[in-house]
Design a protein around this ligand. Sequence first.
Ligand code: ADQ
Length: 470
Amino acid sequence: MSRIVIVSNRTPAKGPAAGGLAVALKKVLAERQGFWFGWSGKLTESPSPTAQIQDVDGLSVAQIDLTRDDHQAYYSGFANSILWPSFHLRLDLTTIESHWYEGYRRVNAQFAAALAKLLRPDDIIWVHDYHLIPLATELRQLGVRNRIGFYLHIPFPTPDALYAIPHHTDLMRDLSHYDLVGMQAKRDVAAFLEFAEHQAPPTFASSAKHHVDFSRTEILAFPIGSDPDAFASLSVSPAAQKMITRMRRSLGDERLILGVDRLDYSKGLPQRVEAYEKFLAHNASFRRGVHFLQVAPPSRDTIKEYQATSETLDAVCGRVMGKFAEPDWQPLTYVKRAYGQPSLAGLYRLARVGLITPLRDGMNLVAHEYIGSQNPEDPGVLILSRFAGAAEIFPAALQVNPFDTDESAEAIRVALEMGLEERRARYEALMAAARKHNVGDWAEEFLSHLARKPGDSAPQHDHIYLNSVA
Ligand code: ADQ
């Protein structure tokens, strides 16, 4: 059996804190052999040409160091100040510095040079996420002929947003050097196809050399999931119970509305708090009977747009407190720290409403984890943004437009008033969908497609081959 090589910006750390994705990919590596390749987290004076290989909890992990300047240009610059906001349709939040692109390509070339030395001819390479779009191009230039797959964890942009990215044609050409490109949702595959069809508008300036030939690349939606049964067990574990007991003590009879996110502008946090504010304003009888807990640890906080989001959220939470708090009742708690999965599972299980309203999200695994953690006898209600990839697989959630805070406020009321029978029916449909899309099967399905040689018969999948549009 071929070895599997997983490549991502960061590699898994020691210890049990890993999320479902890391657990599933570790399992793949344990079963098939192979290794994980990525950045070590260290910044050095000169780039390391060769990877250091370490054993991390029985897993072989190869890592390279980056220079501070390269890392800044590649990670905070091109990946997170250009690609992340554009792919999430926040062109207003992009910062473009042209030299970042050179750093981005330099790091991808450095990854490729160090990785190529470790490869065997039949290794299957699986590259993760927008930091590493050019990796296949760089590997191909070094003569690597292996099967290489790419998975995009974030949404694919509409053509206009894509055109706003410097060097977007090069990036699309980079994608055409993969054998398989996996996306979260059908909407992302459709956006990709739209680019493919419109990439060469018939103007006097268009010429065949600008066209990208995708004829060798398979583009498919592989919606990622969590391990809902693991969350079901975790939610009744002693660690989860400890969190539940602690929360019950402070909540009393109040019903919990919960949000759990990284502090990121794509997650729609200020809009969410505003929706809760409107809910309290329009439904006075619910005041003192509910509590909203938002868990949002800072992420990428050296980037100024993230600092601004944090400040906006502080201000909105303060406003709601000022408007509605009483000496013996607080409408919300905002916690800026991360919790381990057992504590989160406890919070999910206790929450009568899971309020998951990103403005745009590749998938949103918190939605999957919330569903997995519910008590089947007395489940909570999931309010879900229709702009999360998860919306495609969870039609039984209460779906909202997160920009329309009146609609989200109304959904909170509907969720709190929903009877047990409807909650159970929705939960059963949601849990069946979460199980169907579990992360273990996701990894297996992606890899079985990637392992397939051209000419092999296609397994059942809702797939799309792109013909050359040149
Ligand atoms: P993220 O944007 O990080 O991931 P999400 O999928 O919601 O978003 O969460 C990933 C993991 O982080 C989950 O396992 C979750 O439990 C954990 N997490 C989130 N907030 C947390 C908190 N406050 N404390 C502790 N843990 C927290 C990107 C894409 C998503 C896509 C994933 C996976 O942006 O759209 O679903 O990758 O492909």
